[in-house]
Design a protein around this ligand. Structure first.
Ligand SMILES: O=P(O)(O)O[C@@H]1C[C@H](O)[C@@H](CO)O1
Length: 304
């Protein structure tokens, strides 16, 4: 049997999903098919669908055509990986994502993030659609993440679980500064410059496993815990990005309020969430474009 030792750990036979050799192989596969050397990686969830339209596209791949890439089965998630430029900034952009609730192993869910790192990405922008727990948030608002509660991670459904490979990052990771302060500042500055300030907040996101929406008791618990928005993605991607040294920025697009009252008759559906996200696409596009202009000066400084 082919077993080998990585970091003092005896690995399982063959390559476990998302191990370094697989990630490197996928990155090499992509880099041999494009001349783009991306610096910014983007994961576009619901409501960020117009952002890929800003890209001067050089190459586009369907997720299903990329070896080992998890394929999205959710309506509204196109499942395309785009390489190109926004202005002069080389980007690698996922139009849609695969979620843990679709049945993937958590390591498979973050494979694209690790591939981004191996392709040269230094900064990452992640978005999701989320329900608002904070009473001051309205549908159509945006919440910049300053922190998260990763319920899956806390329960051990963690992409850092398993054999520790230093080529990704350390065994024991400090996560108290997971969301990059400079990028958060740029995002707030961009919202101010565009006159969007009243719709933008900073707060704490909670990732739950989904795919069901939360019960009233769960929503009340989350609010009591000081959580502002809740959704079914992002925290594991942010964790994997931070682990491998990428500067991470993430935000929630508030597509609905959470149901806090029994027998309220309030209804949440994926189609409503898609419609709310769609209404915000123009604003998000302008905002992301402004953040990227602000970021491009910093990227110039660290060009290799
Ligand atoms: O990929 P995101 O997190 O934006 O997708 C949202 C959250 C759930 O996956 C689903 C619920 O409607 O859409």
């Amino acid at each position: 049997m082919d077993t080998k030792v990585i970091n003092g750990n005896r690995s399982r036979p063959d390559h476990p999903p998302g191990c370094f050799e697989v990630v490197k192989g996928v990155a090499d596969w992509l880099l041999s098919r494009t001349d783009v050397r991306p610096r910014i990686g983007m994961i576009c969830g619901t409501g960020m669908g117009s952002v890929p339209g800003m890209i001067n596209v050089r190459n586009e791949f369907a997720f299903e055509d990329i070896p080992h890439f998890p394929v999205s089965t959710v309506k509204g998630h196109a499942g395309k990986l785009i390489l190109g430029f926004i202005g002069s900034v080389p980007v690698m952009c996922m139009k849609g994502r695969a979620h843990y609730y679709e049945g993937y192993d958590i390591a498979q869910c973050v494979l694209p993030v690790r591939v981004m790192k191996e392709c040269g990405v230094t900064h990452m922008m992640i978005s999701n659609a989320a329900g608002a727990l904070n009473e001051n948030f309205q549908v159509g608002d945006v919440m910049i993440m300053k922190d998260h509660v990763n319920f899956l991670g806390l329960a051990g459904v963690n992409p850092l679980r398993g054999i520790s490979d230093d080529r990704f990052g350390p065994r024991f990771l400090l996560t108290s500064r997971i969301y990059d302060k400079e990028m958060r500042q740029m995002a707030k500055q961009a919202a101010k410059e565009l006159g969007y300030e009243s719709q933008f907040h900073e707060g704490v996101f909670a990732m739950v496993g989904g795919p069901n929406f939360e019960t009233v008791a769960e929503c009340r618990m989350l609010r009591m815990m000081g959580i502002d928005t809740v959704g079914m993605s992002t925290a594991h991607e942010a964790l994997a990005g931070h682990h491998c040294g990428i500067k991470v920025f993430a935000f929630s697009i508030v597509t609905n309020k959470c149901d806090m009252e029994y027998d309220s008759g309030y209804h949440i559906s994926h189609d409503q969430i898609l419609a709310s996200g769609f209404r915000m696409e123009l604003m998000i596009r302008m905002w992301i474009s402004t953040i990227i202009s602000l970021l491009s000066a910093e990227l110039e400084k660290t060009k290799s």
